[in-house]
Structures are given as structure tokens and as C-alpha cells.
Write a protein of this length. Structure first.
Length: 365
């Protein structure tokens, strides 16, 4: 049996492999698997694309006869149900593996511990929980969509050292460095939807596409209660090439809605909340469509509303080493703000890394 340190390194490798499926497997989970015999890796695999083979049979196939008596390290409990591919538990048993180490239980109610039970009943030694926190974080969108029917929301912004997202005249291109912008474009190519408010759509006339394109083409969503987005905007003009949803309310005039629909935009009429589109209702609709990842790109009023309605799961804050100043210069979180420090939203965990000349703060709420 491998030492505890070796076991952690094998699971870390499985998590590293799983990451390769990001943007390609959703709404399925990212899964990696490593087959180890006598302390040596003899097979590896990961779920590479939605509808394709799962990680376990890929790793087993790579290991071949070396599976007999070996240990399988896998980031998620092997499944027991038929989907687009056969269940993985029979493949594990047929391979003759003696031991399975799973990072976490599959939250899918079709499996949810049943895979572990079947393996143990067949005489396979099973351990669960190695690098569980890392595994849950990797597949947080899958877990949230499976458990609550809602997408995982990441709010992103770039700001100066003094917390400004634009100058007092509205200039915001570019506060962050080129490597930071490249990171954002890569993220855009991995998510199901990109959400902005009408203020950002009017001020910046963004395109909100990934450049270069990634494995996914995100639906571009504008929270626009009165359907004010111009027909000549870049978002509307490109709606027939890349999908656009305008989330409006009954306050949106019928003529505007019809004009957007004729331009190829899907207009969603949702409940109103606090004078704006209900963000929980919008998330419920995106979840119904099996969207697991939403990237919220601002502006400040939308971010404030999203935080207040508790739909945000993670923040990505790019901090550029420059100072803009200006009492009228916009900040990333608008709204009324809090009156008492005791009301402040507290980050649960955060990490810091350097991206180009910027600092990237990743915050889990």
C-alpha cells in the first residue's frame, strides 16, 4: 500500500487530469483517474468531453492487465447508472482492481454512495475523502446544479489599487494587464453564460465573446428590465451568430421586445425585484436549461444586486498596480452599500496569485 504522501500525490494527479475537461464536459463533472500498482502509475484517464468515455474506463484501458490487484485513484465516486455511456462500477470490477480511493461521493441521486456500496459488496477495498476539499471545489458548479438546480456564479472585475473600475470620465480600457485579459477570455470560453447589466451594455457596447474561441460558446445575457439595449449594439447585431438573452420585466415595452426578437435575441420576461429583473428567477431559468457556470462581468449595480440576492459563489478580482482617484470614479460594487461594518459580506476563503503585472484575488463566498 502506498504511503499517505504518495496517495495524496496520486489523487493530486487525478485532479490535475480532471481539470483538462473544463469547458468540455459540462453539465457533467470533471473527473480524473489514476491506476497505481506497486507505487507506480500504470494508467491515467480523464473525462474529455460530454457524451464521451468516463475517466475510469479510460484509465483502466490504459493500464490493461496491470489493473489486477492495483489501486484506482478517482476524483469522484464511480457511477452506477446508464447515461450516454455505461456505468463505471462494472468496468472497475471487471478490471480486477483491489482498491478504489475516491475523493468524494457523487452528489447525483442516481449514484450518491451506491457505487461505493456495490464495490465494497464485491470485495473491493474503498476509501473516500482524500483531497475532498479540492475535489469539491473543482466540481462546485456540478455539485450546485445537481443539488439545487442552479448555476455556479463567478463575479469578475478588474480595478485599480484604490478600488476604481474606470476613471471619472468612464475610461476603463485597459485597467488590467494583457495576461489578465487573456485569463478572462479563457474563462469566457469555458462557461455557459456571461451576464452583464444594461448599464455596462450601454456604456461599453461589449461583444462578450471569447477571443480566441474556447471549447464552449457562452450565451450572452443582459439584465435589462426595460429592454433598452439598442438594436444596433454589438450584442444585438451578432445575436444570430452567438446567442443573446435579454432578461426583461413586464415594464419592457412590447415594441422593444418584438424588435429584439426579430433581431434574433431571446427576450425573457421575468419577475421584478427591487425595480430590476429578479436575479434569483434568472438563475432558476438558466439552471432549468442545465447551465452550470455563469460569469458575471458587471457593472457595479448588477454586482451589488447579485451579492444582495446571494446568487454569487465566487469572486475573481484583478487588481492593477495603479491609482486612478476621483470621488466620482465608479467602484466595482454599487448600490446603497452597508451602514454598519457588522453587515459586511465576509469572504470564507481566498487565495492570491500574480497574473502579469496584476494581483488576482480569488474569493470563495
Amino acid at each position: 500500500m502506498s504511503s499517505e504522501g504518495d496517495a495524496a500525490s496520486f489523487m493530486a494527479r487525478a485532479l490535475e487530469l480532471a481539470e483538462r475537461g473544463r469547458g468540455r464536459v459540462e453539465p457533467n463533472p470533471m473527473v480524473g483517474a489514476v491506476v497505481v500498482r506497486d507505487g507506480v502509475v500504470v494508467g491515467e484517464g480523464f473525462h474529455a468531453g460530454f457524451g464521451g468515455p468516463h475517466a475510469e474506463p479510460v484509465a483502466i484501458g490504459a493500464a490493461g492487465e496491470a489493473c489486477r490487484g492495483a489501486t484506482l485513484y478517482v476524483t469522484l465516486e464511480p457511477c452506477t447508472h446508464f447515461g450516454k455511456t455505461p456505468p463505471c462500477v462494472p468496468a472497475v470490477l471487471a478490471a480486477g482492481l483491489a482498491r478504489v480511493v475516491a475523493a468524494m461521493i457523487d452528489p447525483d441521486p442516481r449514484t450518491q454512495g451506491r457505487g461505493i456500496e456495490l464495490l465494497r459488496a464485491a470485495g473491493v477495498e474503498v476509501e473516500v475523502g482524500l483531497l475532498a476539499t479540492e475535489a469539491r471545489r473543482l466540481n462546485a458548479p456540478f455539485v450546485k446544479l445537481t443539488a439545487r438546480g442552479l448555476p455556479f456564479v463567478t463575479a469578475k472585475w478588474a480595478m485599480s489599487l484604490d478600488g476604481k473600475i474606470a476613471t471619472r470620465t468612464g475610461q476603463s480600457r485597459w485597467i488590467s494587464s494583457a495576461p489578465s485579459r487573456e485569463r478572462v477570455h479563457a474563462m469566457r470560453g469555458q462557461v455557459d453564460a456571461i451576464l452583464v447589466g444594461i448599464g455596462t451594455a450601454l456604456a461599453d457596447d461589449p461583444l462578450l465573446t471569447a477571443r480566441p474561441p474556447g471549447p464552449r460558446t457562452a450565451v450572452r445575457v443582459v439584465a435589462d428590465s426595460e429592454a433598452r439595449i439598442p438594436l444596433g449594439s454589438r450584442l444585438v447585431s451578432s445575436a444570430r451568430e452567438v446567442p443573446v438573452i435579454v432578461a426583461a420585466t413586464d415594464e419592457a415595452p412590447a415594441g422593444r421586445r418584438e424588435g429584439l426578437a426579430r433581431a434574433g435575441v431571446e427576450v425573457l420576461v421575468l419577475p421584478e425585484e427591487g425595480g430590476h429583473v429578479s436575479l434569483p428567477a434568472l438563475m432558476a431559468e438558466l439552471g432549468r436549461r442545465r447551465m452550470s457556470n455563469v460569469l458575471l462581468e458587471g457593472g457595479g449595480e448588477l454586482v451589488a444586486a447579485a451579492l444582495a440576492s446571494q446568487i454569487v459563489d465566487k469572486l475573481l478580482v484583478f487588481v492593477a498596480p495603479r491609482i486612478l482617484g476621483g470621488r466620482e470614479a465608479p467602484t466595482p460594487v454599487g448600490g446603497l452599500g452597508i451602514a454598519d461594518l457588522a453587515q459586511a459580506l465576509q469572504a470564507r476563503e481566498w487565495t492570491l496569485q500574480r497574473v502579469g503585472d496584476d494581483a488576482l484575488i480569488e474569493v470563495w463566498l
